[in-house]
Design a protein around this ligand. Structure first.
Ligand code: AMP
Length: 498
């Protein structure tokens, strides 16, 4: 027996699995191409034995076939982010200790030099694949499958390792709760280096034998065009995307608006998650689409934990109850369970919870208490429903659904010769959830425009991490211990925009 994801796919051989601008691909195509990729990866080896394979491929059939090929060959998939500049790619490749890099030709210029420097095998997706498929290894589901990099409260992102078993539990939980079937058809518009796009959309669809229609990148008009086609049953996105879709709806002609609304009405479920869904957005979306969105809560380390019901009441501002196979509890600072109505930290247990932070046993140990994963998010239970209060650390910012670390950004900004000190904060914003903002103390006689600053930062940081507002200050607000008081920095931004 091989990986259940792959044996499931064999049941749907001739059915369409993936549709992209390049055409439609069946489950058979996916199984065959991924086996060819696995054969190529293995060369003469019997099993990659959890070697890490980093890959940078635009969303589409090649991406999925490569991910499955790595799994077929017994490797760990390390998806890289398309918008990352060289230093971030280098970090992930080095930290995961990848031995192979697979790249789409668009990324050859950036990745080949890294492969050469780190002495890694480099494969282009344009290379011819072996015609015949070799013997592929048996891969036990307890083995490691995926490393996704996520920002934490300390410096650089950490590699979250999930096993095939974890992914299976995450997917089964959502398939049960949201009643996925092989008749479903979902539009995929999310990044493929993040759990939302990889697990909730792509892997759930393929596990269920459904159709996954992949756009190479999100664009509001193209997304609406696909919704207007009226053949989709499911849609999942982060709140920022819903805000952009609402903006596009508002500027459309009344005839197009009708067609947009009709396309939404054909769907059976629209889901929001990865960041708090503002009630205004929920309500506006309802008037446009007739869908009262289903909001869920999850995290790279735990998969999805809480969800509003598929059938039944969804209260605005609440994320519902624990999903199947997920145990959730709320505890106070001393680790005691809090009574209903009192806020506490969300802790999660069960087969959906990740295995470890890659090569970081201290961080792994610190993240668990008595076998429960400590999310660092605060919530309260009211009338049996969970309501998310926010994060316990001001240094984690959620922007456009991406989780970013203020400390990581500060570390990079301090490399700028004109910046003496800085404090990065998230400032509440209806479109982005939070905007990344930086208060800067400049070296004497220096000046920095936002444009110049952002152009410099693009070379160092993923675009979603780059502050969109900067404020030059004489000195940073600090408490008696000399620690920067971030809430005061947030206030500085709030008052400077009013
Ligand atoms: P990530 O690991 O990038 O998916 O980020 C996980 C974090 O996103 C969580 O720890 C929460 O802080 C936040 N998050 C996810 N879903 C929600 C939600 N529905 N409401 C509020 N915050 C959320």
């Amino acid at each position: 027996m091989n990986l259940p994801l792959i044996t499931h796919a064999q049941e749907h051989n001739e059915k369409i699995a993936i549709v992209t601008a390049d055409g439609a691909f069946t489950y058979r195509d996916l199984l065959h191409t991924s086996s060819q990729i696995a054969t190529n990866l293995l060369q003469d080896a019997e099993d990659l034995q959890e070697q890490r394979v980093a890959f940078l491929i635009p969303p589409g059939f090649e991406y999925v076939a490569t991910q499955w090929g790595i799994w077929h060959a017994g490797g760990i998939a390390v998806p890289l982010c398309i918008s990352h500049p060289r230093p971030e790619l280098e970090y992930v490749i080095a930290n995961s200790e990848a031995s192979i890099i697979i790249a789409h030709p668009n990324f050859e210029a950036i990745l080949r030099p890294i492969a050469t420097e780190q002495n890694l095998r480099f494969i282009l997706t344009s290379e011819t694949l072996p015609v015949s498929v070799g013997r592929l290894p048996f891969v036990d589901i307890t083995r490691r499958a995926l490393i996704l990099y996520t920002s934490g409260t300390t410096g650089k992102p950490k590699g979250v390792v999930t096993t095939h078993n974890n992914i299976q539990a995450q997917v089964s939980s959502l398939i049960t709760a949201w009643e996925w079937t092989s008749s479903d058809s979902i539009l995929h518009i999310l990044p493929l280096h993040h759990i939302h796009g990889i697990v909730n959309v792509l892997t759930c669809a393929l596990w269920a034998g459904a159709e996954c229609h992949i756009l190479s990148k999100f664009d509001a008009e193209t997304t609406w065009n696909r919704i207007c086609d009226g053949d989709l049953t499911l849609f999942m996105a982060v709140p920022t995307i819903y805000v952009k879709l609402i903006a596009a709806w508002e500027t459309a002609s009344s005839e197009r608006q009708k067609s947009m609304t009709a396309g939404c009405a054909k769907m059976r479920l629209m889901v929001s998650g990865s960041a708090a869904l503002p009630v205004q957005v929920l309500e506006k979306w309802q008037t446009i689409s007739s869908h009262w969105m289903l909001e869920r809560y999850g995290m790279t380390e735990i998969g999805m934990a809480l969800s509003n019901p598929l059938h039944g009441q969804r209260d605005p501002g609440y994320v519902g109850q624990p999903l199947p196979f997920v145990e959730v509890r709320l505890v106070d600072e001393s680790g005691e369970l809090v009574p209903p109505g009192t806020p506490g930290e969300i802790q999660v247990k069960g087969p959906t919870v990740f295995l470890e932070y890659w090569q970081n046993p201290q961080a792994t140990a610190k993240a668990f208490r008595d076998g429960w994963f400590c999310t660092g998010d605060l919530a309260v239970v009211e009338n049996g429903n969970y309501r998310i209060f926010g994060r316990m650390s001001v240094d984690i910012i959620k922007t456009g659904g991406y989780k970013v670390s203020a400390l990581e950004i500060e570390e990079v900004l301090l490399k700028h010769p004109d910046i003496q000190e800085c404090a990065v904060v998230g400032v509440a914003d209806l479109e982005w959830g939070e905007r990344v903002c930086a208060a800067l103390v400049l070296q004497p006689q220096c000046q920095l425009t936002l444009e110049f600053f952002r152009n410099w930062a693009k070379e160092q940081l993923a675009v979603y991490k780059i502050p969109t507002r900067i404020l030059t200050v004489e000195e940073l607000p600090r408490n008696a211990m000399g620690k920067v008081t971030k809430p005061t920095v947030v206030e500085l931004f709030r008052s400077s925009s009013s």
